[in-house]
Design a binder for this molecule. Sequence first.
Ligand code: 13P
Length: 249
Amino acid sequence: MARRKYVVGNWKMNGLSDAISEAQAIFSAATGHQSVDVALCPPFTLISAMVAAAPGAAVGGQDCHSATSGAFTGSVAAPMLADIGAGVVIVGHSERREGFSESDADVQAKAEAGLAAGLSVILCCGEPREVRESGGAIDFVLAQIAGSVPASFDPHQLAIAYEPIWAIGTGLVPTVADVAAMHGAIRGALAARFGDVADDMRLLYGGSVNGENAAELLDAGDVDGALVGGASLTAAKFVPIIAAADALG
Ligand code: 13P
């Protein structure tokens, strides 16, 4: 079966209460694009309000702890996200791997926690600039995949987001050929480990996706969607990306 396109907004640490109207505008526009699945991952503080403002929409967290509860000051557990109506969680974003020293094993444990809580998990990977420049990007990313993808999962519940670190927030994007090569390598590694299940997994590209480059990136081989940062903060910028995905769906 063909994989449906999936466009996810990662709001990172942006947004106060007045941003909920922007989310409403995004989800409202998304109902006119039936061939694409859309999700928004705002800061934890906005999840409940977003769920209330857009009933039935896919809203998620940007991280979760691997434990279900306990003495982990400042952390949020996956069942807590599910409890407030979130359906999605991002794990292993490079801003967490780098800024919070999360290892592949940490990311794997978080992904397992998200799956166990019934959340749809988006597991991120991606290489730093010097690795890309030295020609080692594919090996680097496949090692992240080997170390952070859980041992078993429902392929419809786990998506992989390839986000080259040097492309995040910089306006730089890899060539379409490089994106296709990386996504093909990721799917090949998943197929070697998990068999046919890999065909059902969605592989998202992330890093400076915008309304101008989305159609080309989303049409690249083995690209099933986009994980979008800056351009997901407003309907004006995000809806064209959703529309581009819909047109390819
Ligand atoms: P930008 O789209 O702002 O480059 O961010 C990408 C990203 O990190 C999404 O998770």
